[in-house]
Design a protein around this ligand. Sequence first.
Ligand code: GLY
Length: 337
Amino acid sequence: MERILTLKGLNNVLTRKPNEKKVIVLDSNTYKYCLPILLSKVNALHEATILEIGVGERNKTIDTYMSIVKGLVEEGFDRHSQLIALGGGVVTDIAGFVGSSYKRGIDTYMIPTTTLAMVDASIGGKSALNVGEIKNQIGFVHFPQMVCIDTSFLSTLPSRHKKNGAVEMIKTALIADRELFYDMMEYSPEEIGENEFFIKQCVKIKRDIVRSDPFDLSMRQKLNFGHTIGHAIESDAIKHGIDMLHGEAVVIGMLYAIELSKDMPVGQKNTVKKYITKHFDTTIDKYDINELMNYMDEDKKNSCGKYNFVLLKEIGESIYGQEVSKEQLNRILNFKN
Ligand code: GLY
């Protein structure tokens, strides 16, 4: 598994290998807002090559991947090179993909700069690229050397993105930690998304889950709570050019997954639903239910031909591998719509 260190720790590690070439992969936002913070704290990166990619999920493609690889080849990066990812989930996913494959794998250091990347995307060794509008169709589970969590990067993060990351944090609490969930409920999603204590708790929970199932064969699947419908909505949003962040889609998926969680006490369901509908736009009328079902059919092919859901038994306790029928899904999506 990856080590979690501070930027100071990263500087110490990189300083020990002064002769290895270093590259920082970032996007134009992190170039502007985060690179100065990074360089002020990590002297060992002052001479690093910078490779910049476009902002946003639409850039998580094989073409972007190839542009980075070509840049590395042109600059003579060898298999001892060190790759540093500075950015949100798109950057850490693409850079992770490069780090896992370039010269059959080079040392990779993740520096997540958004809440979402700190609590989810950068932790656990998964990297992925989208194919067309379908998310995460190719990728690796290959652990980076280290992930540096430094919440000072969040000072420049827009509140929409703090909210976006808060969704994965609320998800983490819902699937695994009842007390953490109720503590979070005292705060708005924007506050949750910049709260260092909550972020560290979520990182710890995710690492514990990944440690017990690194290759996603069993309990790691719990982390997909809200993602079956969430990914379908997100894919449809990409297809139709709707501006939607990952968490904004997943929070809708969580709402439906709660609806499907038949063992969950009604009072608890209402608590979660009340919070979510108060703070997030959960309407899906702009989406065509048949299109959403098509995306979920695609997903089903990877799940032994079943609509496979993570459901809640109660707040803080989840069960993975729960089969839901097409009729149930259709009914719930059409009813809510
Ligand atoms: N984001 C889900 C996982 O890392 O398994």
